[in-house]
Design a protein around this ligand. Sequence first.
Ligand code: MOS
Length: 731
Amino acid sequence: MSPQPQAAVGAPLSRVDGRLKVTGQAQYAAEFDVEGAVHAVVVDSSIGRGRITGIDTGAAEAQPGVLTVIHHRNAPKLPYRDNSGSNNPPGRRLRVFQDDRVLFHGQPVAVVVATTLEAAQHGASLVKVRYDAEQPSTDLHEAKPDKPTNYARGDAEAGLRSAAVRLDLTYQLARNHHNPMEPHATIARWDGNKLTVWDKTQWVMGTHDELAAVFDLPAGSVRVINPFVGGGFGSGLRCWPHTVVAALAARVTGRPVKLVLSRRQMYLGTGFRPSYEYRVRLGSDRRGRLSAAIHDIDAETSSYETFTEAVMGAGQMTYSMPNVSQAYRTVPLDVNTPIWMRGPGFASASFAIESAMDELADRLGIDPIELRRRNEPSEDESNNLPFSTRRLRECYTVGAREFGWQRRSSRPRSRREGDLLIGMGMATGVYDCGRFPAEARARLDADGTAVVEAATSDMGPGTYTSQTQVAADALGLTMRTVTFRLGDSLYPPTSPHGGSATMASVGSAVVDACNQVRQQAIKLAVEDRESPLHGVDAADVVVRGGRLHVQGNPARGESYRSLLARNDRTHLEARGQYAGAPSPARRSYFAYNATFAEIAVDATLGLVRVRRMLGVYDAGRIISPKLAESQAFGGIVGGIGTALLEHTVTDHRDGRIVNANLADYLVAVNADVPEVRAIYLDGEDNDGNLLGVKGLGEVVQVGVAAAIGNAVFNATGRRVRELPITAEALV
Ligand code: MOS
């Protein structure tokens, strides 16, 4: 097969769906106009743990427009077939309205269905629930952890004991919520025993599988549609209880039901990045060569499901050292179950590890970048595999040069501008990018246009655009003549749109499908006596702009259109596949960054302002430079939030989230975001995907909080080991 010329891949294109989005034509889950739809509003528990002893629905039901109130005493029993796929963590998932137990504050305890949203909201406010309340346990530091998951190499205790320099540091990380712009929402409609839902999700197949399991339906009876996602960051990676509530309400009322979570309910009804306590002990020699690290990691989970994430990886492979031990313990609390949030695990671990490295650099009087260089491994020491690509040294060199790292004073609190203390910090980021099984279908029509489909999502990275680029080049078509469709469970199945895996996974399936279609066309041409390409070796034919021709001889060829017309073909079609990461792994496949921050701290008020940020990324080949830059900006903005602002606050007396709104839960806004620059090192990583990519949607957020924290230390001489870093901690 001759290599296809690249025209679309690598070009700085704008989003193909940009116009639809800015003109309001892109339809999000709640915006579908489903005829006859009525409205559902969830009533959530006002206790943090206990039992429901009574529900008075009379006042609600008496309201005009209210159709019904559903709760555990009148809801049909649901099969809730086991479904360990679909990202349900181990445990017993929350079963809506199936019993009187309250497992966390804000759990759905009833739903009011009405002909208007206002009637449903008013009805929900009139439902009186009586409880037998128990004291909930919501404090990570007070509750009893589960048995740990352990990792060890060498003898970390002995390595630490014999180290010339030892640090013992404990970091606290607040719970974060995703806060996408678009609220989670579901419209559910039954047609006989067939269920259709329009649902905000990052995984239509996951929602499909979960609904089939909950209602015990055969796979073909559920369809999940979600062409646009207004942000997710991980909150859409599993099917949450409200989606089941909507389907249940639709079944009970016999009407299509629309259910939109309020902003407050987004903190109650979907997951979150769990809070952590992360203790790290480091041992090194006087020149900064690490000998040992011990990581004790505690993270919250719910009482009914054990959520875990990849928080152990970074401590095993970021730096070279003979002795490592780790214990990762989940702590069951009376809370909703957590879920992955951008850079899951790695972003949390990096705050502890990268802060600790900065503390070690300060203790030893070694430049933080130099310290990291001295501990750069030559292979992945967790599994002794070679790195597929690892260009961290270049990230450091380019980052230091472009950021002006030489202007950093190694002495903390030594740069001052009036009331402002100025500091610079950096951190390393690593992320274990996923590669999951995926399928795609490509169809080339007689008019020379193509449609490519896969059941993936686009929560914002620009999947519509980047997959169109990949498909256009593989088919030899222009961007304009290719349409990529996603977000429908009827399309070829894919794995979750998450884990930074979509381009490597879905992209590889798309390339496979498009390559097959192109080759079908080439075969047709070289075997067709009437084609100018008749008799040419198929391997010598390329396609460009919809025209097949001999490589190096554009004059000899013909268009897809003339070829298909002459051969009476309405279309050519193929299904492509990607099997997932090579198994067993032959290489260690990670994306990397060096992230730099310059901040100013008001010496009297303690206010931190980020002044400049730079990320330098080793993320393999860049398919779509504009989209990649946008991902980096978003990741850095998210990291600024984690570093300085974001904190889901729970009142441990009753388990209530006290800041379940966007006025009190602070996220970074324009005024918090400084000049940001992103540099992607040019390159390919060919470990097991056809595109040479590594994922880039998550590595961009890993290390950001640590870089800012390290800059705060450099500016003030104060080490804050608790996220978010607040003014109170600095005055
Ligand atoms: Mo990402 S946390 O896998 O959406």
